[in-house]
Write a protein that binds this ligand. Sequence first.
Ligand code: CA
Length: 220
Amino acid sequence: MQVLLVEDNTLLASGISQALRSAGFIVNHVSCGRDALTAIKTSQPDIVILDLGLPDMDGMAVLRSARQDRFLNPVLILTARDTTLDKVSGLDSGADDYLAKPFEIDELLARLRALERRLGGSKSNDLMIGPVCMDTKALEVKVSGEALLMSRREYMLLKALMESPNKVQTRDMLDSKLYGWGEEVSSNAVEVHIHNLRKKLPEGFIRTVRGVGYVVKSAT
Ligand code: CA
């Protein structure tokens, strides 16, 4: 799950980024509206966290412009403005949720999980395919009830595959869900993680589509 954080307060931005990363999200950060619009267009984030008071333009204008450009993924507004009128106009402009500053990071995480569930059309924090069950709140994966030990990247890779079952994902698509901008990535990083995951998962759980990418199939 790739999150775009639009926030001009650097201290707050780094705190949020850190918390989100340890919760298994990939976070890319921009601090002005112009950069936000470019990032939304070029990287199609899964979720946008949008501050309203930005140095160059109003966050609400960013939101309207992104929606006009047919960006359909969830946007969560984060702001110090917490009057009812502001909330209503934010939601009317196409925001999916609204969180007033100051807030608890746990609440932000819970709301992100809710948006994530909505994206995946699911009502619970569990992703279940065959014998494999992923609890996205506890960041835990079990196979036939037995917990697996895995690295954060392995977990994120498996999550990316399990969130979109039956959809073949290329190495580039998976890279963008595992690494933020400017992170040093070795060219075969995804292959290495897949190799390690396969040793832990039931045989044939992650399938290779030769020359295209990888897929996890849900039982039909
Ligand atoms: Ca601000």
